[in-house]
Write a protein that binds this ligand. Structure first.
Ligand code: GCO
Ligand code: MG
Length: 402
């Protein structure tokens, strides 16, 4: 089953998406997500200029061989641009394999290991009352796990504020917006937020929190300890992800579970975290970590060490990536939780998906393949719109991790 065409569709129905479309000689079409927020065109060019010419004429059924060919054949290893491009090819080939077999991808991965995929939503607020109100909205919709983020008093702009849109989109300006940061203000504030949420809603719902790479190891240890009474499901990315060793120190001081992985792009980037049991949840995304083929190797390694999955599912991953993640989640025994931020219209004009949400759980659906279709004509109505992620500065003006 030869590949006859591979093309890249860049569109911006509300936000930018890069989608790879792969077609076979039998007319089967597969899609893969190649969206790398704020750096979209780097991946689009990598695909268009360097990978698409290699795909035409290849056998679409040879997923692992294609993965190895693109990875080892590049010579230059890992990194988000390369691994996102390879992921898009991988996911598109799984989509094709499912369509050819007449089976949803999760069946090809071993079948459902659970009935549904536990997902968490995002509640945020400029202050605690606003956060509590939005949190109630998630409970009303059936969510069993909710991430809580709140603006920090004294900081002009903080990570994670959706402004009430329901979907947090950090890539805003045609030039980067500036966020602000001061660790001491943050460390004093977060335990108060957790206390207020537990007082209001009790302990029957999972609470998650994203630190977004901003602390030193000892600061992260202090945060973890201070949150222990409120029993978080996890704190995410407490320190910058480049240093896996940093987590040894955090681990010595706190039993608060830790989740890491959304900016990491390969199994080698999480190897120490997993094999030394320095984290509890590995949060790599199917779109940025080499696709279904590579992410399931990460999950298999994690299973040996009692580490669960907690896949990245921000709105900047397209519905194609979200579907791919759900198929893998459903079939993975050491699945933990899946992030679900959702997609705002007009994304629904460009992508049609068959995954569903019911009472806190998602299901990828039983359509053959991934169950997501791209409408290329609709995509053409929404041209690319350059947007940057914010840059973060401390109160003294120094650039800080965002
Ligand atoms: C998350 C992430 C996102 C990122 C975004 C960057 O946990 O969902 O931290 O909110 O900031 O994916 O593009
Ligand atoms: Mg995050």
């Amino acid at each position: 089953m030869k590949i006859t065409d591979a093309r890249v569709v860049v569109s911006s129905p509300g936000r930018n998406y890069v989608t790879l479309v792969v077609e076979t000689e039998d007319g089967v079409v597969g899609v893969g997500d190649a969206t790398l927020n704020g750096r979209e065109l780097a991946v689009a060019a990598y695909l268009q200029e360097h990978l698409c010419p290699l795909l035409v004429g290849r056998d679409a059924s040879r997923i692992e061989d294609t993965w190895q060919y693109l990875y080892k054949g590049a010579y230059w290893r890992r990194g988000p641009v390369t691994m996102t491009a390879i992921a898009a090819v991988d996911v598109a080939l799984w989509d094709i394999k499912g369509k050819v077999a007449g089976l949803p991808v999760y069946q090809l991965l071993g079948g459902a290991a659970r009935d549904g995929v536990l997902v968490y939503g995002h509640a945020d607020g400029q202050d605690v009352p606003e956060l509590l109100e939005r949190f109630q909205g998630y409970l009303d919709r059936g969510y069993k796990a909710v991430r809580i983020q709140s603006a920090v008093p004294g900081l002009a702009k903080t990570y994670g504020m959706s402004g009430g849109a329901g979907v947090y989109e950090p890539a805003k300006g045609s030039l980067p917006q500036q966020d602000s940061w001061e660790t001491t203000l943050y460390l004093d504030h977060v335990p108060e937020v957790f206390r207020a949420v537990r007082e209001e809603f009790g302990y029957g719902v999972h609470l998650l929190h994203d630190v977004h790479h901003r602390l030193t190891p000892v600061e992260a240890a202090r945060l973890g300890k201070s949150l222990e009474p409120y029993r978080p499901f996890w704190i995410e990315d407490p320190t910058p992800a480049e240093s896996q060793e940093a987590y040894r120190l955090i681990r010595q001081h706190t039993t608060t579970p830790i989740a890491v992985g959304e900016v990491l792009s390969s199994i080698w980037d999480v190897e120490t975290l997993i094999t030394e049991r320095l984290i509890d949840y590995v949060r790599c995304s199917v779109a940025h970590t080499g696709g279904i083929s590579h992410l399931r190797k990460i999950y298999a390694l994690a299973e040996l060490y009692g580490v669960r999955s907690g896949a990245h599912g921000a709105g900047d991953l397209s519905p194609v990536a979200h579907a791919a993640a759900l198929h893998l989640d459903l079939a993975t025994s050491n699945f933990g939780v899946q992030e679900n931020m959702g997609h705002l219209d007009p994304a629904g004009e460009v992508f049609r998906w068959s995954y569903t949400f019911d009472d806190g759980y998602m299901h990828p659906g039983d359509a053959p393949g991934l169950g997501v279709e791209l409408d290329e004509e609709a995509a053409a109505r929404f041209p690319y719109d350059r947007r940057y992620l914010p840059v973060n500065r401390r109160l003294d003006g120094a650039v800080h991790d965002w």
